[in-house]
Design a protein. Structure first.
Length: 218
């Protein structure tokens, strides 16, 4: 799952508007944001196996630190602590929402991954395998992403049209990934993923910011 992960960030913003949307964008992808450098450093492992699922060719055979259930819980609690301490005036409720956003990544991955998500260490792997059904997987991505976005629009934020266009672009990226060629290597897949997470967070920060007040005519 890729753009679908951002659905919970929009929904969480509706629950607590005090949390910056870019922070929630980072939270929902935190496990993958950590996964990318772990792969680049050789701490976690992935290989390119075309056809391993209908939707992508990543054989995620070793990722106990970022994508095990135990690991996801630990990173979620770490996000709670960091947000609670680092953000001045942050409420405990807001910090728990950030933690829940982090953990939502593992829950959504459980739906689409083949059995490659370990419960702990690198054992007892689970995954319901919707990636083997391309249309269903894409439909789930769209439903979660645009469902969360619809909740967010209930806040009547600025630049709603631009945010919607941004969501469509994110979804089209996933369509390309589902039907396009496999990555050239494990390292290129990690670099592309990390770059996209950073770019998306920067874009939503700009889109969420209030437009400048018009200058009064003399």
């Amino acid at each position: 799952m890729f753009p679908g992960h951002y659905g919970p960030s929009f929904a969480a913003k509706r629950i607590d508007p005090t949390i910056p949307l870019w922070v929630l964008f980072v939270a929902v992808q935190l496990l993958d944001i950590l996964w990318a450098p772990f792969v680049l450093l050789g701490i976690e492992k992935v290989r390119i196996v075309p056809g391993i699922t209908a939707t992508n060719s990543l054989d995620l055979y070793y990722m106990p630190y970022t994508h095990s259930l135990v690991g996801a819980i630990v990173w979620s609690l770490a996000a709670f602590a960091v947000y609670r301490v680092a953000v001045r005036g942050a409420s405990t409720r807001a910090a728990w929402i950030v933690a829940a956003a982090v953990f939502s990544h593992w829950v959504l991955d459980l739906l689409v991954h083949r059995p490659d998500l370990p419960i702990y260490d690198n054992t007892a792997k689970v995954g319901l395998g919707l990636w083997n059904f391309r249309v269903l997987a894409l439909g789930l991505e769209a439903a979660v992403l645009f469902g969360g976005m619809l909740l967010y629009f209930g806040l009547r934020p600025p630049r709603r049209t631009a945010v919607l266009v941004f969501g469509v672009v994110m979804f089209l990226v996933q369509v390309y990934l589902a039907f396009g060629p496999p990555p050239a290597s494990d390292k290129s897949a990690a670099m592309a993923a990390l770059s996209s997470y950073v770019i998306f967070a920067l874009i939503i920060r700009v889109l969420e910011s209030k437009p400048p007040l018009p200058v009064a005519s003399p």
